[in-house]
Design a protein around this ligand. Sequence first.
Ligand SMILES: [Fe+2]
Length: 338
Amino acid sequence: MLRIAHISDLHVLDLVGTQWHEFLNKRVTGAMNLIGIRRNAHPVSIAEQLADRLAAGDIDHVILTGDLTNLALDSEFKRVREVVERIGPPSFVTVIPGNHDMYTRGALRHHRFEKWFSPYLVDDADTHHSALTKGRLHYPFMRAPAPHVRIYGLSSAIPTPPLLAFGHVGRHQLDRLRQLVAEEPPEVTVRLCLVHHNLHHRVGAAEYVASLVDRKAFTRVMHEIHATAVLHGHTHHPHQGHLPSRKSKAKEPTVADEKLQIRAELEEMGADIPVLGCGSSTWSKKGRDLARFNVLEIDDTGLHGISSLRWSAERQVFELEHEDLLDKALHGKNRINL
Ligand SMILES: [Fe+2]
């Protein structure tokens, strides 16, 4: 059994060495936010405890679904890179960017995220060169923590105007994902797709200012490639839901020929796809313990269970919270209808 940990939204803050002129852009609003409600919301000490827990030996691979930083500053990337190195070597950790890691147009243009994390964005067959030189065009990348498992890392992270945090994947990435799946060897049975932005509808303004704008196209491709699960970040609260297979919309066959045709169509439509956000893995709000991560259990026949662990400030450890999240994702009330 392969145990894959899913962590997200570390939001490591470090402004050491940052010059005042680096705030003369969108970061002005972000910095004010940090001084206000977000101050102390993501203690680096929890990120460090998390790293030590993940390195403890019972986890086979770690997935980090973006928002490592707050303002995409080099000082933040440097600090969070130290945390990621503490988790383990690049072969042990897979990382995708979040909207905060592409906070400004400069961060996107200079491939800042890729410069700091290129070793965590490439597979053996790939090269660091691709991530460093292509930036956003490097995605999706593929990693194979076991012969039967593929991890596909997409980037929904784009710079947005102040106070907005929407994301976009785009046709180029979806076409390339189809191509990568078509090239898989026959032993692959598990496909985990990573994207920072959530797929489900949120309440209030977040739905309009912080959603994945092409989530319908993204969802269609998840069905097409028979994704085993979609893992996301962005929402600091955890979420479990599923993309319903379109089987329920199929008509009842009336004659034998139609039966055969409908059976083929059903196979094409595939199964329900679990979609999971683990929540922020460093979040602490007014002394409440909200930091979590998930652990996926996978063997060569598929995904068999997902549990969550939650930080306890009192005992200074991550403790088991739920063991039935896969069941909750597939059979709970959260059908993601787009
Ligand atoms: Fe985010």
